[in-house]
Design a binder for this molecule. Structure first.
Ligand code: COA
Length: 202
């Protein structure tokens, strides 16, 4: 089993799901504004949400990545999710993200996704990440553009205009170098080291 440390950003704590996240996660996934594009507007059952959540926990344990809980820093209450899942033949991974609507409009999804890309490229070792969204999901398209992802293909999925974005590790490293420091993830261990260093120099 792989040990996977949580990731802190300036405003967020990202960590693998825990069994007791289910109620909050199900609430987010069945919110009318979230489920519209995420689940084709279907109100998924709690059992279906649990199966998806447990698959992500298992993927994290085995491969070191999954989609994880997004929590405000210093809290353990889940306000959304962000991370990766394998695509069909497992040759690629897809970036996923979503927040409860009361947390929209503050840049939190982009902050979480940027931290997750960092985790995927620099810790797990991905060489590229894909993201797929309906064109009509303009908020999601905007997140991908803010992340610096590039359009790979436009296509119709079940008759709906969709777009696949890609980011390579090389491209991420170029854009990440320009990212504001505040949005960069910092490992707990790094922070502890930082505190120790500060004490030593005090
Ligand atoms: C996709 C989704 C997460 C986007 O949410 P969002 O709040 O628009 O995205 P962000 O959290 O990155 O916030 C960006 C917005 O915050 C604003 N903002 C405010 N303060 C900010 C800050 N400090 N830093 C950055 N942006 C900030 C930005 O200007 C932008 O607003 P705009 O779109 O009006 O220009 C949300 O619509 C959602 O949960 N949808 C349902 C799930 C879904 O469809 N997921 C995608 C497929 S997996």
């Amino acid at each position: 089993m792989r040990r996977t440390a949580p990731i802190d950003t300036a405003r967020l704590h990202l960590r693998p799901y825990r069994a007791n996240d289910l109620a909050a996660l199900h609430r987010v996934w069945t919110d009318p504004l979230v489920r519209r594009y995420l689940w084709d507007d279907e109100v998924i059952t709690r059992a279906a949400a649990e199966a998806v959540m447990r698959a992500s926990i298992a993927c994290t344990a085995q491969h070191g990545f999954g989609h994880w809980a997004v929590c405000p820093i210093g809290q353990h209450d889940l306000i959304g999710f962000c991370g990766f899942r394998f695509l069909g033949d497992r040759a690629d991974v897809e970036l996923l993200y979503g927040l409860a609507p009361t947390h929209w409009g503050r840049g939190l999804a982009t902050e979480a996704a940027r931290a997750m890309l960092w985790h995927g490229f620099e810790t797990v070792g991905f060489t590229r990440v894909l993201a797929i969204t309906e064109v009509a999901n303009t908020a999601s398209v905007a997140v991908l553009q803010r992340l610096g992802m590039h359009v790979q293909q436009r296509f119709a999925a079940r008759g709906l205009a969709s777009v696949r974005y890609v980011m390579t590790r090389a491209a991420f490293r170029r854009t990440h170098a320009e990212a504001p420091r505040a949005a960069e993830p910092r490992r707990r261990a790094d922070r502890a080291l930082g505190r120790d260093a500060a004490r030593r120099h005090a």
